[in-house]
Design a protein around this ligand. Structure first.
Ligand code: 5GP
Ligand code: MG
Ligand code: MG
Length: 182
């Protein structure tokens, strides 16, 4: 196993855990999308690692594309403002679109994005979220069709997820020590 970064308080999911989770999602998607015109859309930058792993577990012809939106800035709290920074290069009309997201928290980012993509008339539009931070007395604005795993209500980094653009390359998912961002 990779050695633990000194800023990480606790590892939530190891590389092995993650491989098992993504393999299961890949199998489900392979089964559900057989015979369809699947397009995976990852939301930059956090979802690139999950996208890279997930696409290799899908045993179907698959197109990929990327979008970039901003909702969080460099901090740990949602700004509530969503901006499209990079749009799709491909046309999704009539195609089966699966949005690949790293983490779903309030779901406000994805809700906005889905409304926007829906207007382009895909045949179907669903979400695969690696993590779902669904906690009591706070529900997400959308419900993903595919969920890798549920996540505690803490600020997590690694496996694509950053704090101030750092830690994305950690191969595991962990909780940052509070002193790192206070
Ligand atoms: P939402 O709009 O669902 O509240 O937030 C979605 C985005 O916020 C995610 O795609 C991710 O970029 C960021 N985010 C939410 N929770 C966390 C977290 O615990 N850690 C990190 N690094 N980013 C998060
Ligand atoms: Mg994201
Ligand atoms: Mg971020």
């Amino acid at each position: 196993m990779a050695s633990q970064h000194p800023d990480i308080e606790k590892v939530l999911f190891t590389q092995e855990d993650i491989d098992g989770i993504v393999s299961r999602l890949g199998e489900e998607i392979t089964r559900d999308y057989a015979g369809k015109d699947l397009v995976l859309i990852a939301v930059l930058r956090g979802a690139v690692v999950f996208m890279g792993d997930l696409m290799r577990k899908i045993e179907l012809p698959t197109n990929i594309d990327f979008m970039a939106v901003s909702s969080y800035g460099d901090g740990v709290k949602s700004s509530g403002i969503v901006r499209i920074i990079k749009d799709l290069d491909i046309d999704i009309r009539g195609r089966d679109v699966l949005i690949v997201e790293d983490i779903l928290d309030s779901g406000l980012t994805l809700k906005y994005l889905m409304k926007n993509l829906e207007s382009r008339k895909p045949a179907s539009l669903e979400v695969a979220a690696f993590l779902w931070k669904d906690v009591e007395d706070r529900t997400s604005a959308i419900t993903p069709k595919y969920v890798g795993t549920h996540c505690p209500d803490a600020f997590v980094v690694g496996y694509g997820l950053d704090y101030a653009e750092r830690y994305r390359n950690l191969p595991y998912l962990g909780i940052l020590k509070p002193e790192v961002y206070s």
